[in-house]
Design a binder for this molecule. Structure first.
Ligand code: IPM
Ligand code: MN
Length: 386
């Protein structure tokens, strides 16, 4: 029997309740598929920060990160609480994990499940079945730039990644003086190649025939010029899979008008952020949107699985939130751990419950609770086992 050691981070807002249901379903699938979990829960969230780390820009210490890195995966609820500055949960937890563990893939599937209605007219189950692959280590997310008032600024900035180190020295002379800000976006050969290759490999594994590469090379010519060149090179290694380029703004339109067109989408970090929320909306909303922050090499860095919704503080403690995004994040975790059969079972059980229609959370017009949904999917899993 395979055993996996998993770090649980319930976090803030609805995080603890949806993660509780996610864990419940993971325990059920473990029984159905013959695997064992070794869970370890961590307190990283607002209370922890207020008590032990107040004033620090990060939610976890370096030591905490090292310990997280010893697990087979991290199963994450969500962070964000009105009592803590926003950047702590964002740059100081989410982005920090992504960069620290070199989770360079952000996999965000959007699939219209049986029993869920799309806001787009006439869509049948699985008409929308998109693997959004978002680059997760660079682009406009590196946090480098400056803001100043006056007519001069001089900055030396460092970018440290597992793949490379870069130093920027930027002098600005501006006239007339005023408030001024700039932010640097970076695209490199190596980071582009690895995420594009991941997209093509995923298409191959899922027997898909097209990879759409999103860009805006018509305007951001330097960064996305390099990006599309790498896409062309990588695509040559996959003769059976079509390479399709799509400009970011047009992609938003086509995702609404003809989502069936898309199979695997590979997008730079910022466009991927925007497009993944849009894709989620087409399949029922953020309650159905899981994400994996993945380092495909399990030895090189631990991966983290989360719902992409955030902590939704206004629903905190109401046992009302839809746990399906969290449960499907668990499905992505199972795939990452090589447990494809167990992953399939999770999706099947989820769809069976949604299709039966008896248990529905408020976001899809029902009155069932978060735990009703977790219970129903777990019970269904145990039936499927037989
Ligand atoms: C997401 C979020 C994050 C992002 C924020 C909270 C830093 O929107 O995971 O999509 O922009 O990546
Ligand atoms: Mn986002």
């Amino acid at each position: 029997m395979k055993t996996f050691s998993i770090a649980l981070i319930p976090g803030d807002g609805i995080g603890p309740e949806i993660l509780r249901e996610g864990k419940k379903v993971m325990d059920a699938v473990a029984e159905a598929a013959g695997i064992t979990w070794r869970w370890k829960e961590y307190p990283f969230g607002a209370e922890h920060w207020l008590k032990h780390r107040k004033g620090s820009p990060t939610l976890m210490s370096e030591e905490d990160m090292k310990e997280l890195g010893t697990h087979d995966a991290i199963y994450f609820g969500s962070v964000g609480d009105p009592r803590v500055p926003e950047h702590v949960g964002q740059a100081g937890a989410l982005l920090w994990m992504r960069f620290y563990f070199d989770q360079y893939i952000n996999l965000r599937p959007a699939k219209l499940l049986r029993g869920v209605e799309s806001p787009l007219k006439g869509k049948q189950p699985h008409d929308i079945d998109i693997y959004m692959v978002r680059e997760n280590s660079e682009d406009f997310y590196i946090g480098l730039g400056a803001r100043f008032t006056g007519n001069k600024s001089s900055e030396t900035m460092e970018l440290k990644r597992k793949l490379y180190k870069a130093r920027f020295k930027v002098d600005v002379d501006v006239e007339p003086a005023g408030d001024f800000a700039y932010q640097i976006g970076v695209v490199t050969e190596k980071a582009s190649e690895r995420v594009l290759r991941y997209g093509f490999e995923l298409a191959k594994k899922k027997k898909m025939t097209r990879v759409t590469v999103v860009h805006k090379a018509n305007v951001l010519t330097k960064v996305y010029g390099l990006w599309i060149e790498k896409a062309e090179q990588v695509a040559k290694d996959y003769p059976g899979i079509g390479l399709d380029f799509a400009i970011a703004d047009a992609t938003t339109m086509w995702l609404v008008r003809r989502p069936e067109h898309f199979q695997v989408i590979v997008a730079p970090n910022l466009f991927g952020d925007i497009l993944s929320d849009l894709a989620a909306a087409t399949v029922g909303g953020l309650g159905f949107a899981p994400g994996g922050n993945i380092n495909p090499d399990r030895k090189a860095g631990v991966s983290m699985f989360e719902p992409i919704s955030g902590s939704a503080p206004k629903y905190k403690g109401l046992n009302k939130a839809n746990p399906i995004a969290q449960i499907l994040a668990g499905k992505l975790m199972l795939e990452h751990l090589g447990e494809d059969r167990a992953a399939e079972l999770v999706e099947q059980a989820t769809e069976d419950i949604l299709e039966a229609g008896k248990v529905r959370t408020f976001d899809i017009g029902g009155t069932s609770t978060c735990s009703d949904m977790g219970d129903a999917i777990s019970e269904r899993l145990l039936q499927l086992k037989r």
